[in-house]
Write a protein that binds this ligand. Structure first.
Ligand code: ADP
Ligand code: MG
Length: 238
């Protein structure tokens, strides 16, 4: 225990929640398979950032995760890597349609970055990563979703449009991520976020990341996450 606390102190990570798993020093300690480790190496990631060191083991253990960390801390891989493991663990991956992993981000630019990173890390598995955000053809996006992408990276408004067009349902979605939740609410997307939440089975795994924790985000955490592991990196204002 003393050793775990020392590592958390070195990382600048604070943790709360029931029985949190221990952080890791290295990607190798995460028990990922060789193909994914190789992709991480190719990306030039030598060792996990603080948020990754604590949030990835928590997510891999099946827990809901609240990650509070500022921009540039490596949050994308913190949710993309456990999401890929979750998807590859599905016994009936070949059956059914609709995304298994859904990542919701506030803007097209952020979604684009996440889409790129998700595609990069999913290459070893040949998973299909659909884009559902502005700036790209809605028709192409419709086809990708309808064709059975295992992952969807989206902005709230476009995802709801595509669901209304019957491009997909969220019946198969068991891993849901909200990135930059505070910005999502600043931009007025709370109704869309709540609508998406209402369409995903309650026994899903949910990860939520935010740089700040205003009351609205705390309320969403309470409504959307079950007994989360709460990981805070650095000093965070509300
Ligand atoms: P955030 O979402 O917290 O702003 P990103 O996930 O966008 O952070 O990561 C910021 C930058 O750091 C990106 O260029 C990303 O490729 C890089 N990065 C992420 N994790 C690592 C790591 N473990 N080692 C080296 N670089 C990393
Ligand atoms: Mg980010």
């Amino acid at each position: 225990h003393a050793e775990v606390n020392t590592l958390r102190r070195q990382l600048g990570v604070r943790i709360a929640g029931f029985d949190p798993p221990r952080p890791v020093h290295t990607f190798a300690q995460l028990g990922l398979d060789g193909a994914l480790l190789a992709a991480i190496k190719r990306a030039g990631f030598d060792k996990p950032t603080a948020i990754q060191a604590q949030a990835i083991p928590a997510a891999l253990s099946g827990r809901d995760v609240l990650g509070i960390a500022k921009t540039g801390s490596g949050k994308t891989a913190a949710f993309v890597l456990p999401m890929l493991v979750h998807i590859m663990d599905q016994p009936e991956l070949e059956k059914g349609t609709g995304p298994i992993g859904v990542i919701v981000a506030p803007t097209r630019e952020l979604s684009e970055q996440i889409h790129k990173e998700a595609r990069k890390f999913s290459k070893p598995y040949n998973l299909r990563v659909a884009a559902a955000f502005g700036g790209l053809s809605k028709y192409e996006q419709f086809k990708d979703l309808k064709g059975g992408s295992e992952v969807a990276v989206c902005t709230p408004g476009r995802m709801i449009d595509l669901i209304k067009m019957k491009a997909c349902t969220m019946h198969r979605t068991t891993f849901l991520v909200f990135d930059e939740a505070d910005r999502m609410f600043d931009m007025g997307f709370e109704p869309q976020v709540r609508s998406i939440l209402g369409q995903v089975r309650p026994d899903r795994q949910t990860l939520l990341f935010s740089a700040t924790m205003p009351n609205k985000v705390e309320n969403l955490v309470r409504d959307a996450l079950t007994s989360p592991v709460r990981v805070t990196v650095g000093e965070i204002g509300a």
